[in-house]
Design a protein around this ligand. Structure first.
Ligand SMILES: Nc1ncnc2c1ncn2[C@@H]1O[C@H](COP(=O)(O)OP(=O)(O)OP(=O)(O)O)[C@@H](O)[C@H]1O
Ligand SMILES: [Mg+2]
Length: 501
């Protein structure tokens, strides 16, 4: 094997934050090198330096044996480095082909875009992945997994032989993840080198050749994956032994708080029935696109249902908008935080305080001190890495931005909390704290709905599991009643209620 990339002694500081401190990292031709670490450890920053988006304060980058003298996004792209960022960067209303060739469309002699050449080329590229996509399809019409494929194809069309994937599986579920692994292994065999960032450590066994662990901006160790256990990786990441990944609580369940009967909306879901009791965590799982998020949005009044009833503490309620839902005591913590949950230009404090402004105002005067105390406690509880409450949220790492969104709902009192993918992009240590916070809300009498694509999380943290397939609840399991395989089979639509396997 030959070393294709070597980063040596990289340091980077932001106001009040030492993001990277003398970090070294290298990459062999045709290897998958996993980069792991807690939220805010410096993973994305290191990759942004590699891509030319940020300039390192100190350090050296060597590519194929020669020291890089010219930095900047263009220079690094030309050098064969492509980064697929934590948040997908495709333009939704453009086609797959347009996205791939944005800004460098093939042209005819006349100067007009050569559409045929463009579509043919994209079709060829897609075929190498054995995915059946139409290059003319608009990006918003395809699933997140395929959007990920489009990003990869785009990178490859740039002739990149170094590919960075920053949490590529965050928006994906089971079989889509498998598909991605297939693609990665296929790329590897073609000699492409991949840097792979993920918080789902169980994925590493499928792809990683080597692992580098960052903690607090420092390189802790680099080792072949085969020489590490998951426990060791976690210990290096968090700097201590993590005793329990899935804390258990034995909260007594109380009265029913929320009941949904016959909820239907054409094209989204049909005849959805379930209930949530006080003290209970009800897990919703299923594939991406199965309708989990949409069902929650219907309940929350984001979208209008065709039929069905919602009961709150035994009384039928009419929820026509999220405002109604919040007034009744239902809080929804959305999946796409950047779009729905967070104002990136505002500070950590303002984002966290948004939901409690009314409650903690007295005669129109904001009780800033009281809220500040609550926000500070939250920052400590779920370890939000920020120099102060005044930091703009857009300067936080991906995982820490999610924590801010969660914190604003943890601060507010609700009777029912609907968490949609609460731990997406969140590191192992902070996950435990989030589970504990959910359990303590349940212990105080709230009912919790947790939508999650992570099967292990659903299996370990829910008192009951509802499996959604094709807009319907196809199966309900009590805790411990099903194994992973069974849950997966129902999620894939291979089994139906009452139909034996
Ligand atoms: N533009 C910026 N301005 C100020 N601070 C920043 C900026 N970008 C990153 N940081 C800080 O640098 C540190 C490292 O952030 P980085 O995004 O590299 O973390 P990460 O390891 O990718 O975390 P995550 O797992 O949450 O994505 C964090 O404390 C973050 O707040
Ligand atoms: Mg990151």
């Amino acid at each position: 094997m030959s070393t294709i990339l070597r980063m040596t002694g990289i340091s980077k500081e932001f106001p009040g934050v030492k993001a990277l401190n003398n970090v070294s990292f290298d990459l062999e031709k045709g290897e998958v090198h996993a980069l792991v670490g807690e939220n805010g450890a410096g993973k994305s920053t290191l990759m942004k330096i590699l891509s030319g988006l940020y300039k390192a304060d100190k350090g050296e980058i060597e590519l194929r044996g020669s020291v890089v003298e010219q930095f900047g996004i263009k220079a690094m792209l030309n050098a064969g480095i492509s980064v697929i960022y934590q948040e997908l960067n495709l333009i939704n209303h453009l086609s797959i082909a347009e996205n791939i060739f944005l800004g460098r469309e093939p042209r005819k002699k006349s100067g007009l875009i050569d559409w045929k050449a463009m579509y043919d080329h994209v079709e060829e590229l897609l075929a190498t992945f054995k995915v059946n996509l139409n290059p003319k399809s608009k990006v918003y019409t395809i699933s997140p997994a395929f959007q990920q494929v489009v990003e990869i194809v785009k990178a490859l069309s740039l002739q990149s032989d170094i590919l960075v994937m920053d949490e590529p599986t965050a928006p994906l579920t089971g079989n889509e993840v498998d598909k991605l692994f297939e693609i990665i292994n296929n790329l590897k065999s073609k000699g492409v080198s991949i840097i792979y960032i993920s918080h789902r450590l169980e994925e590493l066994k499928h792809v990683a050749d080597r692992v580098t662990i960052l903690r607090d901006g420092q390189g802790i160790t680099t080792k072949p994956y085969s020489e590490l256990t998951t426990d060791e990786i976690i210990r290096h990441m968090v700097g201590r032994q993590l005793t329990e990944q899935y804390p258990q609580a034995d909260t007594k369940t109380g009265d029913e708080i929320l009941r949904v009967e016959g909820l239907s909306k054409s094209g989204i879901c049909s005849d959805v029935n379930f209930s949530v009791k006080s003290g209970e965590i009800v897990g919703f799982t299923g594939l991406v696109g199965a309708g989990r998020t949409e069902i929650m949005e219907l309940i929350y009044g984001h979208k209008k249902k065709d039929s069905g009833k919602i009961f709150f503490r035994g009384n039928e309620v009419s929820i026509r908008s999220p405002r109604d839902a919040v007034q009744i005591g239902i809080g929804l913590i959305p999946e796409e935080r950047k779009k729905q949950g967070l104002v990136l230009g505002l500070s950590v404090f303002d984002n966290s305080a948004i939901t409690v402004l009314e409650r903690y105002s007295r005669f129109g005067v904001l009780q800033r001190k009281l809220i500040t105390e609550k926000v500070k406690k939250m920052i400590k509880d779920i370890a939000i890495k920020t120099p102060s409450t005044k930091q703009q949220t857009q300067n936080l790492s991906g995982g820490n931005q999610q924590k801010v969104v969660l914190s604003k709902w943890f601060i507010r009192d609700c009777d029912v909390y609907i968490f949609d993918e609460p731990t997406r992009g969140i590191d192992v240590g902070a996950k435990v704290e989030i589970y504990k916070l959910m359990q303590s809300l349940a212990a105080q009498g709230a009912g919790i709905i947790m939508v999650s694509s992570e099967l292990i999380e659903i299996m370990n943290m829910s008192d009951r599991i509802e499996i959604v397939y094709g807009g319907r609840i196809v199966k309900e399991f009590a805790k411990g009643e099903a194994d992973e395989e069974e849950v997966m089979e129902y999620s894939l639509g291979l089994r139906e209620k009452g139909v034996p396997a």
